[in-house]
Design a protein around this ligand. Structure first.
Ligand code: FAD
Length: 477
């Protein structure tokens, strides 16, 4: 469909320049996970859609986030499997990492997905405008000499890698995840500032490639948003893998040296390494885009929205990393779909943020959904919360894979499952079932009825629920 044929285009003069005003049902600023999901669903619902993107559709997730990092981690998994092949009776020799080869593989995956996405967007009749957009009216975006006005406007400009005050990223010795994804060699050593998801994933991949890694985390645990049991299992596994980490450790400063960086911490200790990766979180891309001028409320740069992602300015919504919800691609998709359906007048249910599945794709993986034990106790009181932990040592498939970890369940006593927390290689795939259990407010006895195929790691979910329902199977007394 060529929307230009049946939409109004008005021309007027600004100074000596002819400016075209394009009108459509929906204008979306930013073509990442949140923006393009809103575009696809809106087009499906019969709306004319303009998607403004200054770089490449797919955004951070496809080009600088989820997909390339998981490709690096998979290459790391193959490196580890090669090194450890003798324990499976396979003769193979690990000869090193060919970084050019890793990039070729990673970039091919990204490129294939990018082409697929471009085709999908075009096939739905969405008009993509290449260029940097800025709000110049309540629902009007200017790109170059053109303006695009929507009956509704969706802001989806995403996020950028943050740094700390006084810590300058030079892209060579002090880098962010964007630079880390482009490194043309395996660093001999690295300090990673921040033990959240991104820091932990790079620590895992680099260690697999042969880097001597030290994570510096200001909070008491790695992946500090996780249930403490998950954090402790990851820390134990990282210790076994020889990944160094300093907890409760605050960064004081970094100086360049002949061979890299000299990092000092507030406790007076220092670490020398080839480079420093700054992974202290991501901030919203909202500065100088005309948001505040149009009455959009920002807090710490995030666009403030209600449960339907409405900004408070008539007809204007915001989704994805730009709003203060979990910074996850699949949440961006869900928010984009929710907004598209809300605009189309369909009945929509606000997203239960605790019900959004979370995965850290390190080795081992950390996966969770629902409430941590601490959150459940805060909400219900300690006397109404129970937990069980099923160790993966009882799971045949995990023994075959030679991975360790556990499934921890948090539940209301005589009530539904409130949280599922898992650690182990490949357990990220288990969170799909876990999120059904949480989001359908399943009772332990109901899940215990379900039959899990043998031998799979999914049996560990079944076993944990059998245990919680009071009829443990493969569990020692
Ligand atoms: C290293 C890393 C690993 C990650 N791994 C995962 C993972 O495994 N799983 C997961 O769920 N999430 C992961 N994430 C998070 C995920 O990438 C984000 O949550 C997701 O991309 C957010 O989508 P978004 O649409 O809000 O923003 P973005 O994807 O950042 O998209 C915003 C888009 O807007 C465009 N834009 C910005 N300003 C303008 C403007 N003025 N005009 C036109 N266009 C503009 C940008 O070019 C960009 O394409 C990871 C992130 C990083 C950095």
């Amino acid at each position: 469909m060529d929307w230009r044929a049946d939409r109004r285009i008005r021309w007027h003069c600004v100074g000596d320049v002819d400016v075209a005003d394009h009108e459509s049902d929906i204008v979306i600023l930013g073509g990442g996970s949140g923006g393009y999901a809103a575009a696809l669903r809106s087009a499906e619902l019969g709306k004319s859609v303009v998607l403004v993107e200054k770089d490449k559709v797919g955004g951070t997730c496809l080009h600088r986030g989820c997909i390339p990092t998981k490709a690096l981690l998979h290459a790391g998994e193959i490196a580890d499997a090669t090194r450890e092949s003798a324990q499976f009776g396979v003769n193979a020799t690990f000869e090193g990492i060919d970084m050019a080869g890793v990039h070729k593989y990673k970039d091919a995956v990204v490129s294939k997905n990018h082409k697929g996405l471009q085709g999908l967007i075009a096939s739905r009749g969405i008009t993509t405008i290449e260029g940097e957009g800025r709000l110049v009216g309540p629902r009007t975006v200017a790109v170059g000499g053109d303006t695009f006005t929507g009956t509704n406007l969706i802001l989806a400009t995403g996020s950028y890698s943050r740094t700390l005050p006084g810590l300058d990223v030079d892209g060579r010795r002090v880098i962010t995840s964007e630079h880390a994804l482009q490194l043309d060699h395996v660093p001999a050593s690295a300090v990673i500032l921040g033990g959240g998801v991104i820091g932990v994933e790079f620590a895992s991949a680099w260690k697999s490639f042969g880097t001597d890694v030290t994570i510096v985390e200001a909070l008491p645990h790695l992946v500090p948003l996780e249930d403490e049991a998950n954090s402790k299992l990851l820390e134990r596994a990282f210790r076994r893998r020889g990944i160094n980490f300093k907890l409760n450790a605050r960064f004081a400063g970094v100086k360049p040296t002949d061979s890299g960086v000299h990092v000092s911490l507030e406790d007076g200790s220092t670490i020398d390494a080839e480079l420093l990766l700054v992974a202290v979180g991501r901030g919203p891309v909202s500065a100088d885009l005309g948001y505040e001028q149009q009455g959009i409320r920002l807090e710490r740069g995030f666009v403030i929205v209600d449960e339907y992602c409405r900004t408070g300015v008539e007809g204007v919504y915001a989704v994805g990393d730009l709003i203060p919800t979990l910074q996850l691609a699949h949440l961006g998709f869900a928010e984009g779909i929710l907004v598209a359906e809300h605009i189309a007048g369909l009945p929509v249910t606000p997203i239960d943020m605790a019900g959004v599945p979370r995965i850290t794709y390190s080795s081992p993986e950390v996966a969770s959904v629902g409430l941590t034990e601490t959150q459940a106790v805060e909400r219900l009181g300690a006397d109404r919360v129970t937990t069980v932990t099923y160790d993966l040592s009882g799971n045949g498939r995990s023994a075959i894979l030679q991975t360790r970890g556990a499934v921890k369940l948090v539940a209301e006593i005589d009530g539904p499952v409130l949280g599922i927390h898992i650690v182990g290689d490949r357990v990220g795939e288990l969170i799909a079932e876990a999120q059904l259990i949480y989001n359908w407010e399943a009772l332990p006895a109901e899940v215990a009825q379900l039959i899990h195929p043998h031998p799979t790691q999914s049996e560990a979910i079944g076993e944990a629920h059998l245990l919680l329902a009071g009829k443990p199977l493969h569990v020692h007394d």
